[in-house]
Design a protein around this ligand. Structure first.
Ligand code: BTN
Length: 274
């Protein structure tokens, strides 16, 4: 179980610490946060659960959420900002969480666009950002984060064995979940305030420094089933991924830069000839 008493003593600032809810079990901390904002118009709030029974990932996937080993959390931020700023929230969140994990564990975390948290090529965590306006016309952003903390290899389901990892596997020791989640929340709170006050420029630099995607050959998968191969070139002003389509499907059209705002990308590893 996550200890609410330990969490309370670890919070450096009172602000988010005062609106912190800790549950033994929820269907999904993001779903709870969205419902809560819809009904109650709360101030900025943190929701944590020890276990999720219907944890959600990006692109309508499920998120493996067993009890007593990982971190599942959502922060609700109330805001009055234009929608254009929101494109940067998922990228800022990825960077802020990566910084927090790195400070605690000393493990280098890279980001696969937009915000998969990687150790090497394996995924150690993910971020699901959603937004909502309620009937009182209050706008909310929900930043949901799931981190594989103290799972052992034998506890992963078969379908994740080749692609996922945990901090415990990487550090070869257990990691203090309460201390880590407080670091993550503190880092997200600072990141959110900084993004609102100063804009995205400094986040672009921080994001590029951690990107596992920029410069890589990638395949993008679109919701309509189409695919695009190319080289990931850069991040655009709205947080989108800019791709130079590869010459194999090149004609006048495909040689132009393409922008992806959402969707799935795969890194294509090419082995150079010996
Ligand atoms: C991804 O697909 O990479 C994003 C995963 C996000 C999972 C977290 S766990 C806490 C929060 N509640 C959810 O249902 N999902 C997010």
């Amino acid at each position: 179980m996550l200890s609410p008493t330990k969490l309370a003593t670890l919070f450096p600032s009172k602000k988010l610490g005062e609106t912190l809810y800790v549950f033994d079990e929820l269907a999904s901390t993001n779903t709870f946060a969205l419902e809560y904002a819809k009904r109650h118009s709360p101030p900025d709030t943190v929701i944590l659960a020890d276990k999720q029974t219907a944890g959600r990932g990006r692109l309508d996937r499920s998120w493996f959420s067993p009890a007593e080993s990982n971190i599942y959390g959502s922060i609700l931020f109330c805001h009055d900002r234009p929608i254009q700023l929101l494109g940067w929230v998922p990228l800022m969140a990825g960077v802020a969480i990566a910084q927090a994990i790195e400070t605690q564990t000393k493990i280098r975390i890279h980001l696969k666009w937009p915000n998969d948290l990687l150790v090497g090529e394996r995924k150690v965590g993910g971020v699901l950002c959603e937004s909502l306006s309620n009937v009182q016309k209050n706008n909310y952003v929900v930043i949901g984060f799931g981190i594989n903390v103290n799972l052992s290899l034998s506890e992963f389901p078969q379908d994740l064995l080749d692609s996922a990892t945990s901090l415990k596997i990487q550090c070869r020791r257990s990691v203090d979940r309460e201390a880590l989640v407080v670091r993550i929340i503190t880092s997200l709170e600072k990141g959110w305030e900084d993004l609102l006050t100063n804009g995205h420029q400094s986040w672009l630099l921080k994001y590029n420094n951690r990107s596992a995607t920029i410069g890589q050959m990638i395949q993008a998968h679109f919701p309509d089933g189409s695919r695009l191969m190319g080289r990931a070139h850069s991040i655009g002003v709205h947080g989108q991924l800019r791709i130079i389509p590869s010459s194999s499907d090149s004609n006048e059209q495909s040689a132009r830069m393409r922008d992806i705002h959402s969707g799935e990308i795969l890194h294509i590893r090419t082995t150079s000839p010996q």
